[in-house]
Design a protein around this ligand. Sequence first.
Ligand code: COA
Length: 697
Amino acid sequence: MLDFIFKPTSIAVVGASEEEKKIGHVILKNLLTQGYTGKIFPINPKRKEILGLKCYSSVSSVKEKIDLAIIVVPAKVVPSVLKDCGEAGVKGVVVITAGFKETGEEGARLEREIIETIKKYGIRMVGPNCLGVINTEIGMNATFAPELPPKGRVSFFSQSGALGVALIDWAIGSGFGFGKFVSFGNKADLNETDFLDYFGEDEDTDIILGYIEDIKDGKRFIEVAQKVAKKKPVIIIKSGATEAGARAASSHTGALAGSDRAFSEAFRKAGVIRVEGIKELFEVAEIFKSGKLPAGEKLLIVTNAGGPGIIAADTAEKTGLKLYPMSKESIEYLAERLPSTAALYNPVDVIGDATSERYLVVLERAIIDPNVDGVCVILTPQAMTDVENIAKIVVEKSQETAKPFIGCFIGGPKVKQATLYLKQNNIACYEDPLIAVSAYSKLVSYVKYKNREEEEYVRFPIPEEVKKEINLILETLRDAGVNVIGEENAMKILSFYGIEFPKRGLARTPDEAVKIAEQIGYPVVMKISSPHIVHKTDVGGVKIGLKDEKEVKEAFFEMTINVKRAIPGAYIKGVNIYEMVSGGKEVILGVTYDNTFGHMLMFGLGGIYVEVLKDVSFRLAPVSKKEAYEMLTEIKGKKLLEGVRGEKPCDKDAIVDKILRLSQLVQDFPIIKEIDINPYLVKEVGGVALDARIIIG
Ligand code: COA
């Protein structure tokens, strides 16, 4: 628990100063004047007194218990100050000082030094290079932001300090309440996951917001976020490219994953609501403030304006919400009470000249109608629109139901008071139906996450001898400096994990090739086998549809000559003869590796669907059975799997089975970084992999 940081009973300000412009002065003054009632100790060897408080020469000279020290001395002095804090038994420190890892090698060395010191004394540290900590509940402003935001039950952690200052100022301006705030800078000790965990347990926090640029320990983040998000919404802005994106991807799958995919997948797995910008962060947070969650995805839109109603309906469709009409009884009820020009289906249009009575009629029914899980009330201010009354009715009716209500009051001065009134009563109110319904869709996604059943993870039995054999192959290749494992070894490894390949044999002579082809049965496919050739087609090393002895022999000669010409020094092991497989649908199965979150599985339709349309879906490993099925339904071309124009449907269970097997393979052998199985030919029953590549690292 980090109570000694967020609820300290005593604080030392090391580097407290008389000079008004210095951070050491501002923080001391903030603590003194904004409501903090704990003990405050200014520390500065040059002063006897600062801002009327007795000043101490060092932390250890205070001789009283200190929970938290805020450090605002120049970087080179920080190590000795931390040592002093350690000797004095201080539990937590916030190092505001900049000039560490972010400035280069010398700063990085200094940062390592302070990490060693805090570890030695068991101190927990926020920063360095941060803005500080706020807890409005106890009036603690241990930052150099000028004012505290209003009190509230939303807590916020931020990797950017400057953004924090802007947000606090914005919160003050718009009356948005905060509970706790922390800017964690270089996160040399405590990081986003620690604060997420703490806010998750914090009884004064209902909603958690975050701004992050990277994540230190991806697996731990997912674990903690999964636990916290079951209890309260976690809404995060993630900016900046990942390391995985920065490095060139060697596999097709890696290239398709791009830089940001793993973050989106991690957030999805963890139930974290991802938003793109600051405005959206607050728009979405606003909707959770009522504490009401819809029972399902059925949203009712009621409006006095046709256009905004259509925008809302379009957004609902785009974000996967369902716009069901109200029940038959409700529609009859409305028909009797609304003008004949009103639209009774969803969106319910009460027409431009509507007053509060018409809204009341609809809201009263919405509360009891089983086809309504939540309501979006849209309003534009015509001359006869009694805006304030409508807001009042929305609040009153909302108080009678567990269904969430949101407002979308479009306009300027005419809707200002009513909007404020709704917000004061914890009803989110927006100016734009697109934003209102998008925010509502996040509420529904969150409910889905909360209600999600425990995932089922399948384990396939793999004998220990097989694992040993795979290990031997992988280690031998790694020791030989091989990075890209070619078809033969890749096939061998993948076969052990239940991926089927066509019948095959390696021929070293044309006669052997004919013998194997006859055993397999014509027609056959021939591919050159050489550890030096990755892209066989490019060097004339692949021939398909060979029908008889003559064609096989000719192909053998031709291919070996082609390859020798293209890559003169290449060692040629022989030619692989394959069964020629036809029919089925080409898909791609792959694995890529993200430095933060680990392995990520990919599925997509093969051929142009992957090359041109990049129609693929991803999930982080380990992939659950449900997630694997979701991967199949997420691609745009999903209908092609069902079979179109009289085609038979593909064996989806077979694809899921292979995804789960690949997920297990990379978990069992983390040295495998990437896999491409492209294409995998999926048939009506079962499937077969036609080409495979494994990359180790
Ligand atoms: N113990 C206590 N006080 C000490 C000290 C020690 N060991 N050594 C020096 N001090 C005092 C100084 O004498 C000075 O007090 P004074 O005003 O009475 O002379 C005070 O600490 C501050 O030191 P000073 O050298 O004046 O530094 P500064 O105030 O100009 O700058 C920082 C200090 C930490 C603010 C500055 O180094 C810094 O890092 N600024 C950037 C902060 C930032 O942007 N953080 C990230 C935000 S997102």
